[in-house]
Design a protein around this ligand. Structure first.
Ligand code: ADP
Length: 480
């Protein structure tokens, strides 16, 4: 198998295995590093200790022999041997070699002379040898007493120490193997525990796919990243579900609204089909009624389109309306010219030097919706006031009428799609219950807001708040 196939396989392995593998490798590397360091330190330390031990023994022997003025005559050799036996330690041999390289005295504790060649030296030296696979440390030092010249040799066997290191190494290896097994087990358990929430999340997503969008995750609420992710996912699903139902309701409402004019037109057409063709009056009445319903249909479709656009599209980022006071006045007058029975008063001076972050066509659409309502829902007192002002970073425009007002119970709902206080009356006046819904969404696109105050039989005031351009900044820049 090629390397790329191997790496490909490794990447496809479940995270559980990867986590276990990585944690085990990491623990192994740390353990091996630690043990190797310990081993080296121990090795160096023991050698150093042995060397200084041998050096101390050597110094002691040299001093004693000098003090005793030892002569290596046959009768004194025995005495020297006795002394050296006392001075000797375990696993050690002491040998005094003459200038001809022949050993004169040898004492040994668990060390054999075999293979250790006696040597005469003129300078102190320390060497490390391996004799018959046994490690030995040999120190040689020259000894001169009167006319005698020789060498003191101390041979220290390091076999015991090597055995100790060997045992330590075996113990370490056993521990390392145990630690690896333990780390695989613990790594596996931890990985399983950590990944359980992820598996639960994957299962919930599968359930959403198969059972529906009402499925939710069960977060642990312990504040960790996974539980935060689950809470965020649930919130998102709540919104998706809400918008899903809203969308469904919208389609139902829209179909319902479209059905009425279609049914009326259908009724008139079948009437004509049966009897009306030859009856001029029936023909005329039915055609007129049908045309009226077509007009209503057209209006409804136009409003539905406007609503979808207002919901989807963002506010024009380059929009900047200078002299809004003049623009509002002109727009209002243009609209009110179609309703000559109304008296309109303006108070827009506060907006004279202000720049508004809204496009002129959108502001006109907004005013159109609000003024249309003011006209439609006015009764005897046909007075409309259009005034404006500023509040912090926003400017506001208020359209007030003295009409029938909105009952307090209905007020919170009038900006919902298709909501009408008096359905029959609104329909007669050509309303579909979409105007304020469009207006609200349109204002929100420009980071503004729409509020309504109303008292039944007294009148209604609709206020739109829009951002003012601060230091020539545009919509996108003010959002951040
Ligand atoms: P419509 O097209 O039916 O007027 P809107 O969304 O514009 O729909 O308004 C929703 C409902 O709010 C209206 O049906 C009406 O009952 C009420 N409404 C809106 N504006 C006014 C107003 N100025 N005075 C009284 N009632 C109003």
């Amino acid at each position: 198998m090629s390397v790329t196939r191997w790496t490909g396989l490794l990447f496809r392995v479940p995270i559980k295995f990867k986590l276990t593998l990585w944690s085990t490798v990491l623990i192994m590397v740390l353990l091996i590093g630690n043990y190797a360091l310990q081993y080296l330190v121990m090795d160096k330390w023991i050698i150093h200790r042995e060397k200084s031990g041998v050096q101390r023994t050597m110094n002691g022997i040299l001093n004693d022999l000098l003090e005793r003025e030892a002569a290596f005559t046959p009768d004194r050799i025995k005495e020297i041997k006795l002394y050296l036996e006392k001075a000797n330690r375990d696993d050690q041999m002491i040998r005094i070699v003459g200038s001809d390289g022949v050993p004169l005295v040898t004492v040994a504790n668990d060390v054999t002379e075999n293979g250790i060649v006696p040597r005469f030296v003129s300078q102190q030296q320390i060497e490390f040898y391996r004799i018959d696979d046994n490690p030995v440390l040999i120190m040689r030092s020259p000894l001169t007493i009167f006319e005698f010249a020789g060498t003191v040799e101390i041979v220290k066997s390091l076999a015991a120490y090597e055995q100790l290191l060997h045992t330590i190494m075996q113990v370490m290896l056993a521990f390392a193997a145990g630690a690896v097994v333990f780390s695989v087990l613990v790594g596996w358990l931890i990985a399983r525990k950590l990944l359980k929430p992820l598996q639960a999340m994957a299962q919930t997503i599968r359930d959403v796919n198969s059972k529906g969008i009402q499925e939710r995750m069960i977060p642990a609420h312990n504040g960790d990243e996974l539980s935060t992710l689950m809470i965020l996912f649930n919130d998102m699903m709540d919104k998706v579900e809400e918008s899903f139902w809203q969308q469904g309701r919208f389609v139902e409402d829209a179909s319902h609204e479209l059905r009425t004019p279609i049914a009326i037109i259908e009724g008139h057409l079948s009437l004509l089909h049966r009897w009306g063709k030859d009856d001029a009056e029936v023909l005329n009445n039915s055609l007129q009624a049908s045309l009226q319903e077509f007009g209503r249909l057209k209006g409804l479709v136009t409003e539905l389109l406007a609503l979808t656009r207002a919901e989807k599209e963002a506010g024009d980022p380059d929009a900047l309306l200078t002299r809004p006071d003049e623009a509002i006045r002109a727009m209002t007058e243009r609209f009110m010219s179609l309703h000559p029975g109304f008296a309109v008063t303006f108070d827009l001076d506060e907006l004279a030097g202000v720049e508004l972050l809204v496009s002129a066509p959108h502001l006109e659409q907004l005013l159109h919706i609000i003024l249309d309502n003011a006209v439609k829902y006015s009764s005897r007192e046909k007075t409309i006031v259009v005034r404006a002002g500023q509040l912090e970073r926003k400017a506001f425009i208020v359209v007030e009428d003295r009409g029938i007002g909105i009952p307090a119970g209905d007020l919170p709902y009038v900006t919902e799609r298709f909501y009408r206080v008096d359905k029959a009356r609104s329909r007669d006046l050509g309303g579909n219950g979409l105007g304020l819904a469009i207006a609200k969404r349109l204002v929100e696109r420009y980071e503004g807001k729409l509020t309504i105050q109303s008292r039944e039989h007294r009148g209604t005031a609709v206020t739109i708040y829009l951002l003012r351009s601060a230091d020539g900044r545009r919509l996108g820049e003010t959002l951040s």
